[in-house]
Ligand binder design. Structure first.
Ligand code: PLP
Length: 238
């Protein structure tokens, strides 16, 4: 699977190049290798190249991978939260990128308290108000932020977005700017300083880094094209 090695090398070069161009430090960018639908052997290949951060969007698919692969990996959950799976999700994953509502925050907070965990979470923001996507709206995150920050078993570390699907990568830029501005607004007007921005996927991670992303979630540019039974998967993250 030398293509995985090559792809990771290319990504690394690209990240360095953009950081140099924009005056950012490449060490401030975490590459989350989204391994959903790909087998363990592909993940092992990425591990041999030094990759430590991996993303999955389905608990059932991820659990056997997490159990079998080396324990020093950092697993990121990028899928939909389901209340009945919260227990397992927060045990299996170090970081959750997709906290989408107060109801789920409440549930995670309660379960985390019982397990004595303090999961790290990104708030997923549905910037375009797409009905197909979960997440806080701009308004709801502003009105909920104090409640969220008051939930003592949650460690909210940043904001995440998935821009509307668009064949033109450059069209993601405005959403990345909006997410960065929202993070700044939370800091300047609501006394809530969040360190990270999870934004950018295979087709638009370069633009995301230019706009301040700290966590890019890249799947197909590392592992190749995914085969899905339904294309809906990709968009709704089911
Ligand atoms: C699948 C997925 C990714 C990776 O997508 P690629 O286009 O393959 O890079 C990133 N984020 C989320 C939430 C995903 O579901």
């Amino acid at each position: 699977m030398s293509y995985i090695n090559d792809n990771l090398g290319d990504l690394d070069n690209k990240i360095s190049e953009i950081c140099l161009k924009t005056g950012r430090n490449a060490n401030d960018i975490t590459l989350v290798a989204v391994s959903k639908t790909f087998p363990e052997k592909d993940i092992r290949c990425a591990i041999e190249c030094g990759q430590l951060d991996f993303g999955e969007n389905k608990l059932q698919e991820a659990e056997p991978k997490i159990l079998t692969l080396p324990s020093d990996l950092i697993w990121h959950y990028v899928g939909k939260i389901q209340t009945n799976k919260v227990n397992k999700i927060i045990k299996a994953f170090a970081v959750i990128h997709s906290l989408d509502s107060i109801i789920h925050a409440d549930s995670i907070n309660q379960v985390a308290g019982k397990l004595d965990l303090k999961p790290k979470l990104f708030l997923q923001i549905n910037l375009a108000g797409e009905v197909s996507k979960p997440g806080f709206t701009h308004e709801s995150v502003i009105s909920s932020i104090h409640t969220l920050m008051g939930m003592k078993n949650l460690t909210i570390i940043g904001l995440m977005c998935i821009p509307p699907v668009d064949a033109i990568s450059e069209n993601s830029r405005k959403w990345f700017i909006k997410l960065r501005e929202l993070k700044n607004q939370l800091d300047s007007e609501h006394n809530c300083k969040l360190p990270y921005l999870s934004m950018g996927m295979s087709n638009d991670y370069e633009i995301a880094i230019e706009e301040g992303s700290t966590h890019i979630r890249v799947g197909s540019s590392i592992f190749g094209n995914r085969s899905y039974t339904s294309d809906k998967n990709r968009i709704t993250m089911d």
